[in-house]
Design a protein around this ligand. Structure first.
Ligand code: M6R
Length: 607
């Protein structure tokens, strides 16, 4: 995720307005930033890697001439956080500048086509194809707006784009496809931006640019048209009543809640990852003798789920290991034949990096899955993948977990395909189901959130929780436990349901709820029996079930429904959503701050 901003003033200097707006956008990305303005037929660009204030100290971002300009904060997804990859990107003649949030899926083909026509590319980003395509269309004689429209017709993917052109210096042209864009409208100015808080100190009037719409923005004016048939869209600005503190969280009370709600879009974007990265990593997994999945905390739970995905789909047996135990447990057996897939939101967790370093010294192959391009993990990995979740502010990992699961599921699917382990029909079904995940997550949030809030109210004074599941749902249960533990400080424990007789059953009694994760997979029958047994001992049962699972509904004291018909290997992505919401609302009920749990930091960089 990144942030874009544009500024069209009737009079005055746009650069300081853009610089302040970028500071407000910084939560969306902070590995590089830049601005471009147009003035007297010339384009002025300042950009660099680093946080906004560092860049400002180096380049003075207030010092660009002109009343019109665009700006960008970046969280790298294509190309490392370097100056040349920072936005805005420009065409060969330095006349067109573009900022972009989203992914251009077919950029490799477009780039090749443009390079064959003589265009010189300076970056590794997908975005850079846009100014060059507009340039090419202008060369063919199209006016700026037509040239941009023609360009958009060539792009596959999702995007919010803002473009300036020196020869039409009175406007910014914007386009939105599956990526949020809103225009702040003032008396003598207009501000297209990724989100409302960016322009809130400048104006409280805002008009949304909706999916597949084009906007031409000039001082205090805007014109919105549908990309498809170019029809005019009449839309009046609305008054925004947010207070600044809420605005930063897009109207949500906490970052954790905002990030839970971000998931339909972060998953959607992650499912559009470039094929080449997935292919490459699959190739490494395919040829290795042994694979260790290494991570801490939530990322470790993603690894555990992945071990089920890889074994059940691709018949690949892997070793999920908590990074803090890796050297003790596996250290001596690591060799040139080993592959370590390290998973880390931050890419900086000390234990994970120590495990990776140990493996590297023993000539193992290192693969990385991290949310932070430019982190240490990306530097030491032979191949790395960055899910498209954007920066996560809440200490409790939520959207990064589901994005990690999506990447790991995609790898398992690819490997299964390569190894000929799934039939064509099954593969098509799995791919179809995968595409439905963002909508399924949205449905769970829309239909279950209120109910989960009520359940949290009912159990707010509970002193001890048990979580349980079978198969891949064990990973989900562990993650549900961790979410509750870290945000609520309530003692909680996970046990594999099949292990109950080996000890945990002793803890089951009246007043101690057991949360069961019960998708309708091969373990369902056994889970029903597990629930019965716990219920007989008087434990209240909270069950995460598929819609219409009457059998468990009849047994559970409280149940939360997820969309039915999802394949087993994808079920953690859906089942974890209610558990994240449950932990969040429990914290709210107990008057705790879920964004800042005591004694915890976002990245654990100490031993
Ligand atoms: O950045 P990482 O994914 O390497 O972090 C690992 C854990 O520290 C992290 O998942 C932690 O457990 C979270 N606070 C969980 O919500």
């Amino acid at each position: 995720m990144v942030g874009i901003f544009g500024c069209v003033l009737k009079d005055g200097n746009a650069a300081p307005v853009i610089y302040s707006a970028l500071k407000r956008l910084e939560y969306r990305g902070y590995d590089s930033a830049g601005e471009a303005t147009t003035h007297k037929n010339k384009l002025f660009v300042k950009k660099d890697k680093g946080r906004i204030d560092e860049i400002h100290t180096r380049h003075d971002l207030n010092d660009l001439p002109g009343r019109i300009g665009i700006g960008h904060v970046r969280w790298a997804t294509h190309g490392a956080p370097l100056r040349e990859n920072a936005h805005p990107h420009i065409d060969c003649n330095k006349q067109i500048a573009v900022v972009h949030n989203g992914i251009i899926e077919n950029f490799t083909e477009l780039k090749k086509e443009l390079e064959d026509l003589g265009h010189i590319f300076k970056s590794k980003t997908d975005t850079e194809v846009i100014p060059h395509l507009i340039e090419e269309n202008i060369k063919k004689g199209l006016p700026f707006i037509e040239a941009t429209r023609e360009t958009i017709n060539r792009l596959e993917g999702s995007y919010a784009i803002a473009v300036v052109y020196v020869k039409e210096p009175d406007k910014i042209v914007c386009v939105q496809k599956e990526s949020s864009l809103t225009i702040g409208v003032a008396e003598n100015a207009a501000y297209p931006a990724s989100d409302i808080p960016t322009f809130l100190p400048l104006t409280k009037r805002a008009v949304a640019v909706e999916n597949q719409e084009f906007a031409i923005v000039s001082d205090g004016k805007y014109e919105i048209r549908k990309i498809t048939d170019w029809s005019l869209v009449p839309r009046e600005p609305k008054l925004i009543k947010w207070v600044p503190e809420k605005a930063e969280k897009l109207g949500y009370r906490h970052f954790m809640l905002k990030e839970i709600h971000d998931q339909p879009s972060s998953i959607h974007n992650t499912l559009r990852l470039q094929d080449q990265y997935l292919e490459l990593m699959t190739a490494f997994l395919a040829r290795t003798k042994e694979v260790f999945l290494v991570a801490c905390g939530t990322s470790y739970h993603a690894c555990l789920a992945a071990s089920y995905m890889l074994s059940r789909l691709a018949f690949l047996s892997t070793h999920p290991v908590a990074a803090s135990e890796f050297i003790e447990q596996q250290g001596r057996s690591i060799s040139i034949d080993s592959t370590i897939l390290a998973v880390s939101q931050s890419g900086e967790t000390t234990d994970t990096l120590a495990a990776v370093e140990h493996a590297r010294l023993h000539a193992a192959t290192i693969l990385g899955l991290t949310n932070a391009i430019g982190s240490t993990l990306t530097r030491v990995s032979r191949v790395y993948i960055c899910p498209q979740s954007g920066p996560e502010v809440g200490v409790a990992a939520t959207k990064t977990f589901t994005s990690q699961l999506c990447v790991l599921a995609q790898l398992a699917l690819r490997l299964a395909k390569q190894r000929g382990k799934v039939s064509h029909t099954e593969m098509e079904w799995l791919e179809e189901k995968m595409d439905q995940i963002p909508d399924a997550v949205e449905t769970i949030i829309q239909t279950q959130e209120e109910k989960i809030e009520q359940i949290a109210r009912k159990y707010r004074d509970t002193e001890f929780f048990l979580f349980s599941g079978r198969g891949i749902s064990l990973a989900t249960a562990l993650e549900g436990t961790l979410k509750l533990l870290e945000t609520n400080y309530i003692p909680s424990m996970t046990f594999p349901a099949g292990e109950k007789e080996h000890g945990p059953i002793r803890l089951v009694e009246q007043g101690f709820p057991v949360v069961f994760i019960c998708p309708r997979d091969e373990t369902h029958k056994k889970i029903v029996n597990d629930i019965r047994e716990m219920k007989d001992r008087g434990a209240p049962i909270i069950a995460i079930i598929e819609e219409g699972d009457e059998e468990i509904k009849a047994l559970a004291d409280d149940y939360i429904e997820i969309v039915k018909g999802m394949p087993e290997i994808l079920s953690p992505i859906l089942c974890v959503i209610p558990l994240q919401l449950f932990a969040y609302y429990m914290a709210v009920e107990r008057e705790l701050d879920p964004d800042r749990p005591r004694h915890l930091t976002k990245a654990v960089t100490v031993k």
